[in-house]
Design a protein around this ligand. Structure first.
Ligand code: EPU
Length: 430
């Protein structure tokens, strides 16, 4: 954790040049979990050097996993030395995706004890889908004290599981658990995010038998063990989408490189409908601010719909559109809280309820002091501040560092006026 903050001033020029997309946070995190299923070593490449990944590394090290840096962005992970199935309270609560470790640990060692996971402040984040799935696969609730849960099983077995709600980490966790279970598991109403297919492809290369990943029905035939392998982290589609929105807000042929355009089709379509000029190359996308941004209605949805993780940056863009837009967040409750700060900056957003907002644009924005409530809203504040009059202060830079690597250095290069302030720690008097 750190107490850093960002100071952002209005950019004095249009954003130009190139900005490269780093490895996907939400894909890479799962590779560390998958490594726990493998007898052999796993080499993870193109790792984004961000706080959530560092927490994941710390957490698996604390149960005996060996994590070794083998290159600038490469790590080798060996699960041979795991000596406990108890996940540390403090680290696990620091990031929600710690929950994905439960499936592999339970499947491989027949036991897991974990605290209720923490993470971003984006509304209720229950874990009932995980627990129900594990129970169906034969796990028994050993104990449930305060907020720690312990599950045990002799051996997980296959099951037919229907997800009441589509869940990304729920799908990934139960898919990983099923890989080492006895028999066949069917996951119905599964999430279809690209990260799930990428994870399944990796596990299959290590010896798993997974079919249908990337569709809403996944079948897994359990195997005895998995060997190791190489996991190449794909580019982060949310980072790519955020940079595209920044370019649409204030870019002049801003080129986003190292993107996988197939993963952000819905974002590109929304931007095109707003009148944003977009040029697409093999692995790059160029974007500019149009004279007039057209308003548009947007509804977040599971993949391949518009991602909830881009809802906040997109709202910033909509504050500059010429007319009224309606935003409907359908994935999470309580992910619109940051809009109060945008209104303090001068935006005209009417919050209808926990899920819907009407955005009236265009409005001029003024600098404010604000606190980054979660990583995506934090990035949205940077975007808004980069077109606002005056000096904005964004506290809790840690929340942004959780998902974006050295964001200030990368944004400075394309013309964003941003700097990080790290508080001086006073030497203790002796
Ligand atoms: N849900 C339940 N019960 C459960 C699990 C989920 O009701 O047991 C509900 C959630 O409350 C939510 C809905 O299901 O309303 C969907 O949530 P999901 O489980 O899909 O979210 P997640 O798996 O916890 C992942 C990403 C999030 C991203 C969402 C949706 C990771 C590590 N996290 O979260 O990423 O917003 O899918 O796409 O993969 C981020 O990167 O900033 C981030 C929050």
């Amino acid at each position: 954790m750190n107490a850093d903050k960002f100071i952002v001033k209005k950019s004095t020029r249009k954003l130009t040049g190139e900005i490269s997309v780093m490895g996907s946070k939400n894909s890479c995190l799962k590779a560390y979990a998958a490594a726990i299923l493998c007898d052999g070593d796993v080499s993870i490449k193109n790792v984004p050097l961000i706080e959530d990944i560092f927490r994941m590394q710390e957490l698996i090290k604390s149960i005996g996993v060996l994590v070794k840096k083998t290159g600038e962005r490469s790590f080798s992970v060996s699960s041979a030395g795991i000596d406990t199935c108890v996940l540390d309270d403090k680290i696990a609560k620091a990031f929600r995706s710690s929950i994905v470790l439960t499936g592999p640990i339970l499947a491989r060692f027949g036991e897991v004890s974990f605290p209720y996971p923490g993470g971003c402040v984006i509304g209720k984040r229950p874990i009932d889908l995980f627990l129900n799935g594990f129970m169906k696969m034969g796990a028994k609730l050993q104990s449930k004290e305060d907020d720690r849960i312990t599950l045990k099983t002799k051996k997980l077995h296959g099951a037919d599981i229907f997800f009441r709600i589509v869940s990304v980490t729920g799908t990934e966790t139960l898919m990983m658990a099923a890989v080492l279970a006895d028999g066949k598991t069917i996951l119905r109403n599964a999430a279809q995010e690209p990260e799930i297919k990428i994870l399944a492809d990796f596990l299959n290369k290590c010896g798993a038998k997974i079919n249908g990943a990337g569709t809403n029905t996944i079948t897994v035939d359990g195997v005895k063990n998995l060997r190791g392998g190489i996991f190449n982290t794909p580019p982060d589609r949310i980072e790519a989408g955020s940079f595209l929105m920044l370019g649409a807000l204030n870019g002049d042929r801003l080129r986003i490189t190292n993107c996988q355009k197939d993963h952000i089709v819905s974002v590109i379509e929304h931007l095109k409908l707003m009148g944003v000029p977009i040029k697409i190359g093999e692995d790059w996308i160029e974007v500019s601010r149009p004279k007039i941004l057209k308003p548009i209605d947007v509804k977040t949805r599971e993949y391949p719909g518009f991602p909830t993780d881009l809802q906040a940056p997109f709202t910033v863009l909509l504050t500059q559109a010429d007319g009224v837009s309606l935003l409907f967040e359908t994935v999470f409750d309580g992910r619109l809280g940051y809009m109060h700060d945008l209104n303090r900056m001068g935006a005209n957003i009417i919050l209808c309820d926990m899920h819907r907002a009407v955005i009236n644009g265009p409005t001029s924005l003024r600098a404010r002091e604000m606190e980054s409530p979660d990583l995506r809203a934090g990035l949205a504040f940077i975007m808004a501040s980069s077109v606002a009059e005056g000096d904005s202060v964004i506290y809790n830079a840690y929340n942004i560092d959780r998902g974006y690597e050295k964001i200030e250095e990368r944004l400075q290069k394309i013309g964003v006026n941003i700097k990080r302030i790290t508080p001086q720690i006073k030497a203790e008097s002796v």
